[in-house]
Design a protein around this ligand. Sequence first.
Ligand code: CDP
Length: 786
Amino acid sequence: MTTVEERPHTGFGRTLRKEDVRLVRGKGNYVDDVRLPGMLHGALLRSPYAHAKINSIDTSAAEAHPKVLAVITGETLKGLGLAWMPTLSYDVQAVLATDKVRYQGQEVAFVIAEDHYSARDAVELIEVDYEPLPVVADAKKAMDADAPVIRDDKEGQTNNHIFDWESGDQAETDAVFANAEVVVAEDILYPRVHPAPLETCGSVADMDPVTGKLTLYTTSQAPHAHRTVYALVAGLPEHKIRVIAPDIGGGFGNKVGIYPGYVMSIVGSIVTGKPVKWVEDRAEHLMSTAFARDYHMRGEIAATKDGKILGLRVKVLADHGAFNATAQPTKFPAGFFHVFTGSYDLQAAHCTVTGVYTNKAPGGVAYACSFRITEAVYLVERMVDVLAYELKADPAELRMKNLIQPEQFPYTTKTGWEYDSGDYPKALQLAMDMAGYDELRKEQAEKRERGELMGIGVAFFTEAVGAGPRKHMDILGLGMADGAELRIHPTGKAVLRISVKTQGQGHETTFAQIVGNELGLPTADIDVVHGDTDQTPFGLGTYGSRSTPVSGAATALVARKIRDKARIVASAMLEVSPDDLEWEGNRWQVKGDPEQGKTIQEIAMAAHSSLELPEGVEGHLDATTVYNPPNLTYPFGAYICVVDVDKGTGGVKVRRFIAVDDCGVRINPMIVEGQVHGGLADGVGMALMQVIAFDEEGNHLGASFMDYLLPTSLECPSWELGETVTPSPHHPIGAKGVGESATVGSPCAVVNAVLDAIKPYGVRHADMPLTPAAVWGAMNGRPIRT
Ligand code: CDP
């Protein structure tokens, strides 16, 4: 049971979330709550075809609708040079289609009306003459000689190839495989899924015709990056754009990219001179915004007969949809897939990734993970279980034998990444102890005797979170560093301005706690401002669990700057040298004479008073900083899942889930646990019930929550959480990110458990989602391949 300390609270520990005072009372302010005087409403016409030429668009009936003010098509935008926009991966994406549509649900026209319902009605009045074209719905067929070229808009593009990327040493890896006693291969799919935040995407654009200033209220995880992109694309002066991301109802990577609807609300406001709101519905959201994963992977693992893992070789075919709009640092077309070597000490590793276009929505976002790490972890953790299957080894023992040892940190992987710190065996042992692993195996053996199907799934993961460093990582040329500004008011109350943006994960509390920890101020006395480009310093935003590793570090450092300045002020107040002062709790005091001291609140008042300060010391108590992380942080965890499978139906019941996480120093353990709970539920969803599927014509088969299922408390067990704490050596407070760890680590634990349950049927692998039909099919020799 979570216990919460009484306020006033300073520093780290369990304390209630400040933001919940408004959020749980229904006083949150989301984009759809924004209502401006004279506001109009926009709606998008979307393509019913996955691939079709547009012969003509007739908007006359829609324009004649009495409540319609304007209908905008791709042709209108073409005249303004706005028909195409850059994606986060240096491709271009149609804002509104001009030549042809390339996926079902693509944006074709935008109607602006006096109210939302009229806009929707008028969308139905637009007549488009489509000429259907052959469709590429299967990534494996994208490079066939007779496959239609989807991106014929791009000069020189003669097929559906996007990129080839590799990592590791091929020759070294091939040599290890050639000499290995055991080599096992498996085809593993991480299906297309969707982050599916409960709040869909939307924006309200308000272009002031008098001042020429655009204010955009929008569902954005990265308001500063969005502002810069709008400035570059539309040629608007950056200081004349204010992006406000108000309360956000979940992001999970889905609100990192810029969608045509956002751009159209801006165009709509410029055209009409009035504020224009655009908010998509659930079906639009699931069909057109940012899918995740869609990695077709072939893994090979080399080992000795007694289970020492020697090498990994991986080939990936990545389905990027019709526009390459994946969100990751520029140099990394396959994100951080480099960590496919997982948590193991290998001799060699090599992987190649090929990206292709298909007639599906663009995206490839880092859905609650740091850029393709979920795919990488799933691959390696499945491969270790596949090896265990072949060697008839216990999966936990096999992992224990191969984990990187504590004394090997900092550990450089075979793909050149430096894991900062960890004690992996300790975390796995704790998970096994909490689970009662040996007892569970005994219970399983007894049940197997009786013909009952019980499975125990083990997974170990290492994440790489906190992008930058800026010299290696940028998005569209913007380096991945983050600013922080801290001001202490005369009365000792504080305002912290940060560049990252909370989507519900509690920054207003934890970032105040970081300041509280450094300065001894009560958390309640620190206001955290975020999500407004006019109010906060520049930075690249929140995704990939980067808030704490990057912006959290900036916050600790800016508070330390204040503490240093406070020391000078205190020395003037006490008429002693700064060197004679020491920091204690919330005050500077004279060394050896603790009675002589000044609290941070007293110092703040003095800093704003007529007190004579030393030469060169400005008054007031404020500071700014920009933090460029020296390395990523590497949180890790050991997960064990216990399932029961119904022999007759293939139905899976997740009975227990033990999760031991290590995210270094925990700022607020209650919030960390909440983050882990959410991620574990995500994993159950992906493992057992979720896929964004298409038929051969490219028709989307699950554009509602009736088909795309979200796990509820009925599908989730009561999570059993444990922790180890291995601080990050390079982070100012030793913290690592945690927001996405559980989403990364849990799908493979659940899948490994289900496959362990049906092992008596000779099943080594089956792809997610392991629906009852998929499990039953695997048990009965009729595997379902999505
Ligand atoms: O970038 P994002 O906010 O999604 O992820 P994060 O940095 O992992 O933080 C998620 C939440 O957990 C934030 O409120 C953090 O401040 C909090 N957290 C924490 O209390 N202790 C940690 N070691 C890591 C995160």
